[in-house]
Design a protein around this ligand. Structure first.
Ligand code: ADP
Length: 407
């Protein structure tokens, strides 16, 4: 996968969420890449923020730290990782920092961060109020903590930015959509792009020849139709709320139902936002939780709502796979990734059941169990390769950071 000729670069990848910072440091050396250490700070701004990290070779560290904000969290991360010697005996210092940024709007490529890019990320904060502001805080903290070190933003929306116009517009008045930039952006792009590339590599086929549906099934979930390495369509839209049913998000529903409920219940915009993003999906239907381990246990004990929630989740994925296969004019491979896609063999089997019209046929023995490495699940005679490709968004961000710096 890697290009020859990479310099020796240490790239720190930062992913700032609302109360967490995930980090992963990569060494990119002569076309090889390895993770030096990775970890996360959780509970930023809460009573006992915790730093967990693991160095290459396996030694793990856990400590409660002072982190009232993201800057303090990053300072604690740096203090911890500076204590880690690299191979040549020097404490770790990054040559470049790559940041996950959820919404890049019209920015369709990873970009070196300067005042203009910062202003654009800030502008798009209006479209992604839960995500871009913490991403920005992380960027600003790194600019202060590492003066002179190049920072690169890698956008979740970027992979989908080149999809056709028909898959980008909503059927609302054109001028108004344009004024407020209400388009179908799509998300999880870094993950979809990574697993598409890895899948081609794993199957030993050129990405340019493949028609793929990539299924990122975590707490947030989306599918993408990838042809020749390009995203042609995806299930998420203006926000991550569109498309599949998710852990706590409703996914698709009739906008008329939203208006009706707001009127009947007297809900404000932010109350409705909370209902659709945090109280719906698997949690809302089952009433027991949003984690599949909990849902299976409840359904196995006879809980009908938990069974319905699982069945709805699977049904909607099957329906969208059919739609995206139509967009692609057929399918060469189906890719499962993220928490559910990598770990839940029952959900994978249910999705692939009775899909022979598309050429999908699972080898149930190969499908059994959790998968932490690239795995082929389809039966030997199947027309479509069904695979699990564990996602690695941080690695993709490190590669993009390097590519931006190498011009
Ligand atoms: P996100 O990054 O969107 O928070 P993840 O990709 O980590 O989510 O996926 C989390 C979900 O994966 C959990 O809510 C759970 O449903 C599912 N999951 C994780 N581990 C397992 C497992 N061993 N078996 C079944 N499902 C699992």
């Amino acid at each position: 996968m890697q290009d020859e000729g990479w310099g020796d670069m240490r790239i720190l990848v930062i992913n700032c969420g609302s109360s967490s910072v995930k980090f992963n440091a990569f060494e990119m050396l002569n076309g090889a890449e390895s993770s030096l250490f990775c970890g996360q700070v959780t509970g930023i701004g809460e009573t006992a923020p915790q730093l967990d990290w693991t160095a290459q070779g396996g030694d793990s560290h856990k400590q409660v730290i002072v982190a009232n904000d993201h800057r303090q969290a990053l300072e604690a991360v740096m203090a911890a990782i500076r204590s880690k010697d690299t191979d040549n005996g020097e404490p770790f210092t990054p040559d470049a920092i790559g940041h996950r940024v959820v919404h890049g709007g019209a920015l369709s490529d990873a970009s070196r961060i300067d005042e203009t890019v910062l202003a654009r990320i800030e502008d798009y904060g209006a479209l992604a109020p839960l995500h871009n502001p913490p991403n920005l805080v992380g960027i600003r903290a790194c600019l202060e903590l590492f003066p002179g070190t190049p920072n690169v933003a890698v956008f979740d929306t970027a992979f989908h930015a080149g999809k056709p116009e028909v898959a980008t517009h909503y059927a609302i008045p054109f001028e108004m959509a344009d004024r407020y930039q209400v388009y179908r952006y799509g998300f999880h792009g870094t993950s979809h792009r990574y697993v598409a590339g890895e899948c081609a590599h794993f199957l030993g086929r050129p990405l340019g020849d493949l028609r793929l549906v990539t299924c990122h099934l975590g707490n947030g979930a989306s599918l993408a139709a990838v042809k020749g390495g390009r995203s042609l369509d995806t299930t998420m839209g203006f926000t991550p709320l569109e498309g599949l049913m998710m852990g706590t998000r409703s996914g698709d529903l009739d906008v008329g139902a939203v208006l009706y409920l707001m009127e009947r219940e007297g809900l404000t915009v932010s109350e409705m936002d909370c209902l659709l993003n945090k109280q719906s999906g698997l949690l809302g239907v089952s009433g027991v939780g949003n984690d599949f381990r909990v849902l299976h246990a409840a359904a196995d004990e006879g809980n009908k709502q938990a069974r319905l929630a699982i069945d709805m989740f699977v049904y909607r994925i099957r329906k969208h796979i059919g739609a995206l296969a139509a967009v692609l004019n057929g399918l060469d491979a189906l890719v499962f990734t993220a928490g559910i896609g990598e770990n839940d063999d029952r959900v994978r089997a249910a999705i692939c059941h009775d899909m022979d019209y598309l050429g999908i046929s699972l080898d149930l023995e190969c499908n059994r169990g959790r998968k932490s490495v690239n795995t082929l699940l389809s039966s030997a005679d199947a027309r479509v390769a069904v695979t699990v490709i564990p996602t690695d968004e941080e690695r993709m961000i490190a590669r993009d950071t390097l590519a931006v710096l190498e011009g």
